[in-house]
Design a binder for this molecule. Sequence first.
Ligand SMILES: CN1CCN(Cc2ccc(Cn3ccc4ccc(-c5n[nH]c(N)c5C#N)cc43)cc2)CC1
Length: 242
Amino acid sequence: MRIDVITIFPDYMAPLREALLGKAIERERISVGVHDLRGWTHDVHRAVDDSPYGGGPGMVMKPQVWGEALDEVCAGSDSPPRLVVPTPAGSPFTQQTAVRWSEEPWLVFACGRYEGIDQRVMDDAARRMPVEEVSIGDYVLVGGEVAALTMIESVVRLLPGVLGNPASAEQDSFSDGLLEGPCYTRPEAWRDLPVPDVLRSGNHAAIDRWRRYQALERTWQRRPDLLEALSDDELDRADRAR
Ligand SMILES: CN1CCN(Cc2ccc(Cn3ccc4ccc(-c5n[nH]c(N)c5C#N)cc43)cc2)CC1
């Protein structure tokens, strides 16, 4: 997978070179390009923003600069990339999105700042490539870089050979529609807090039932909305796990 990121703060993307993502680059599971949007400015001030039409607070990112940047970064391949534009007004980014994008050969992330990117940039790009405007959650960030890092990490961890233990991705939270339950490791007792006996019983059928019940209980307490999406027979199966 090829990943390109366009931003006015290229150093913000340094975490891409660290840890799991850095290893994926070393092992050539992914190639990553980070591009400074100001490289496509032509004025002495290297301006990337301007006042919003219609008034309102803040500034909007100029279409000309983004247009030239995307023309260059998204060129050079028989098939165009999928353009991902983080925005608070985007469709929800979910684990299902990450799974779908993990099949893509090339993703380009356009990281906006200020009040966002002139809409015509996305409308023009959509003439040549798939464009998705997505949000990582219902809270407000200052720009798209943190969102891009979040989405890149959740996609890249799904690629073959990236995670040390591939089973981990298969047992992700949300992958079966539920939150995962609590996890424990040594010591057996810590500050008078014990590990649940069932986890030390060696009875794997009982352990699976316990884990399934814990996942259901936690989902019910923290994310009841996820339970609404579960089918009746899935709920029955989980209920039998009590
Ligand atoms: C008067 N009101 C009119 C509405 N605006 C809305 C607004 C517009 C831009 C920004 C800053 N920003 C710029 C680019 C950019 C990309 C992603 C995100 C982002 N935030 N939260 C997520 N889940 C994100 C993601 N993914 C934020 C971004 C903040 C708030 C506020 C002022």
